[in-house]
Design a protein around this ligand. Sequence first.
Ligand code: IPD
Ligand code: CA
Ligand code: CA
Length: 269
Amino acid sequence: MSGSIISENTLQSVISIVKEASSLMVGKGYEVFEKDGFANLVTSSDIAVQEFLTGRLSELLPGSGFICEEEDFHDTSKELIWIIDPIDGTANYSRGIADCCISVALAKKDEGPVLGVVYSPARGELYSAIKGGGAFLNSKPVHVSDRPFENGIFCCAMSTYRKEFAKTCSDIIYDVHMQSNDTRRWGSAAIELCLLASGFVELYFEMRLQPWDYAAGALILSEAGGCIASFDGKAPSLYAPSLVVAANTPGNLQRLLGIVHDHMDSLPY
Ligand code: IPD
Ligand code: CA
Ligand code: CA
């Protein structure tokens, strides 16, 4: 597939579609359902946003595939694949907390993400990137900070949906907390990776994320000069759940990964 398909025009079209989709999140009633256990929520807005996005993005790039969070909507046989989290931070959304967003990535099958858009209507933040073109927040370029580990703000989570991993998470989080400035649990992986990209925070760890949680944020972070990796130090998979560490600098990433390895010889899933 030629590189020209990922043009600034494509990005602007995706941004328009994502902004249109966000009207389905804002200012209307929604129903909340549980899926796979009490901690994992889905709302009627998640479903509506995903249906809108898949329809409009198929029209934009006919023949493209999809990896979406809701309703087992997967077709990875195509060369270009949309990776969509219709609402990242659903628990926040369902409680009226602003930290939730739509996350859309476009990946080339053998190359990884080439376009990423993360839009949080309630925060008024639209992050975007095309591979090789830098990262942007509301059209202004962003870059990671150069703060050392000791001054870093650390974003993390305690393995909400797989609580059998929570103790290991807690041990890792404690060690990082003791070596860094402070710790946050925001509740939206996509927003946290974008905050890292924009220099607001420096360190990120989560035990088990899905590709739709990080695909767009990973590209935005890389384009902003940051680093992201899985347990093995390689890029997180776009086709399977992954442990994710991310940082503003390669040195901070290696130190973070070292702390993870202090507590785990191998991935427990
Ligand atoms: C969740 C959020 C949260 C992270 C969870 C994710 P969802 O996504 O990104 O920050 O800790 O692991 O599943 O369920 O709100 O789309
Ligand atoms: Ca998510
Ligand atoms: Ca979601």
